[in-house]
Design a protein around this ligand. Structure first.
Ligand code: ASP
Length: 314
C-alpha cells in the first residue's frame, strides 16, 4: 500500500480502503482494553495544524498519535504567524524545516491541503478542507457501518441535509459508492450541489420517500458558516421538512442505524431523543471509531515513509 499522504477518498481504491479499515478494526478492539498504548510511532513528530475550529477531530488525532507513541504538537493557528499575514505555504515550509514526520491539516479552503502536501517532504493527512474532503471522517463512518451491519456493500444508505456545503457528504458519497452501496441523497434543492448527477446517487427532496427501507440514515449539520445567502426559509421549517424525528425515521428499515458526524444541532437537523437513543444512534461509536481509523491511517503512512527512506538510503 504505497500511500504517501491521505488527502482524499478520491485517491483510494477499495482494496486500500479495506486495508485501512481492517487495521482500524484491530485498533478499535485494542482501544477497549488496558493495553491500548504502543510504540508504533515512537520517534515520530506529528504536528496538528487546524486553521478552522474543531473539537472531536483535533482531539481524536491527538489521542491517536499519543496512543501510538508519537510526539504530538498542536499548533494554535489563531496565535500563529498566519494572523500576521504569512501565507499557508510559508507556514508549511517553516514547519517543514523542523523535520516533522506528519502534518495533520484542516483548512477552510478546498484544495489547500493538497497544495500544502506538494510543498513539504513529510506525510500529510487532510483533516477537512473547505467543502472538498474529510477522508478520515468517511473512513470512520465506513468502519462504524461495517461493524454495525456486518458488511460495507449493497446497503441502502441515505445521506440527508446540507449536501452542497458538506465535505463529510462528499467523502462519504465517494467512499460508499466505491464500495458498491446504493446511495440516496435527501435534502432541499437549494442544498444539493450543482454537479449532483455525477455522483451516481438517487436524489430525493422528501424525507419520507427517500428514507423508505434504508439501512443507514446519515444526517448532516447545516453548514451555516459556508452559506452566503438564504438557503432555507427558516430553521423551524427546515426541521419540519428535513429534521430527523421518529415519524420520518419510521420509514427506514426497523434495524436502521442513525449517524451524525457532529457537531449536532439538536432540533434543527435531528431530534435530540433520537440522537441519544442507543438502540438507534451510533453517533458515539462514530467518535470512538475516529480514534481507531486515525491510528490506522497514521501507522500506514509512517510505515510507508520509513520504507521509502530506507530504499532511498540503500
Ligand atoms: N465535523 C465535520 C467537519 O469538520 C462535520 C461538520 O462540521 O458539520 O466537516
Amino acid at each position: 500500500m504505497q500511500l504517501q499522504h491521505l488527502l482524499g477518498i478520491e485517491y483510494l481504491n477499495p482494496q486500500q480502503i479495506n486495508t485501512i479499515l481492517d487495521l482500524a478494526d484491530h485498533y478499535a478492539n485494542k482501544n477497549r482494553t488496558d493495553s491500548r498504548n504502543s510504540n508504533v510511532l515512537l520517534g515520530c513528530t506529528q504536528i496538528n495544524m487546524f486553521f478552522e475550529n474543531s473539537t472531536r477531530t483535533q482531539a481524536s488525532f491527538e489521542i491517536a498519535g499519543k496512543r501510538l507513541g508519537a510526539d504530538v504538537m498542536n499548533m494554535s493557528m489563531e496565535a500563529s504567524s498566519i494572523k500576521k499575514g504569512e501565507t499557508l505555504v510559508d507556514t508549511a515550509l517553516t514547519l517543514n524545516a523542523m523535520h516533522p514526520d506528519l502534518l495533520v491539516v484542516r483548512h477552510p479552503h478546498s484544495g489547500a491541503v493538497d497544495l500544502l502536501a506538494q510543498k513539504v517532504n513529510c506525510a500529510v493527512i487532510n483533516a477537512g478542507d473547505g467543502r472538498h474532503e474529510h477522508p478520515t471522517q468517511a473512513l470512520l463512518d465506513a468502519l462504524t457501518i461495517r461493524r454495525s451491519k456486518g458488511r460495507l456493500h449493497r446497503l441502502n444508505i441515505a445521506i440527508c441535509g446540507d449536501i452542497a456545503h458538506s465535505r463529510v457528504a462528499r467523502s462519504n458519497i465517494i467512499l460508499l459508492g466505491k464500495m458498491e452501496n446504493r446511495l440516496r441523497l435527501i435534502g432541499p434543492a437549494t442544498l444539493m450541489p450543482t454537479d449532483i448527477n455525477e455522483f451516481g446517487a438517487e436524489v430525493y427532496h422528501d424525507m419520507q420517500e427517500g428514507l423508505k427501507d434504508v439501512d443507514v440514515v446519515m444526517m448532516l449539520r447545516l453548514q451555516s458558516e459556508r452559506m452566503d445567502g438564504g438557503f432555507i426559509p427558516s430553521e423551524r421549517e427546515y426541521y419540519h421538512r428535513y429534521g430527523l424525528d421518529a415519524g420520518k425515521l419510521s420509514f427506514a428499515k426497523p434495524d436502521a442505524i442513525v449517524m451524525h458526524p457532529g457537531p449536532m444541532n439538536r432540533g434543527i437537523e435531528i431530534d435530540g431523543e433520537i440522537a441519544d437513543d442507543l438502540n438507534l444512534s451510533v453517533i458515539q461509536e462514530q467518535v470512538e471509531m475516529g480514534v481507531a481509523v486515525r491510528m490506522a491511517a497514521m501507522e500506514i503512512l509512517m510505515h510507508n515513509s520509513r520504507q521509502n527512506k530506507k530504499e532511498m538510503n540503500e
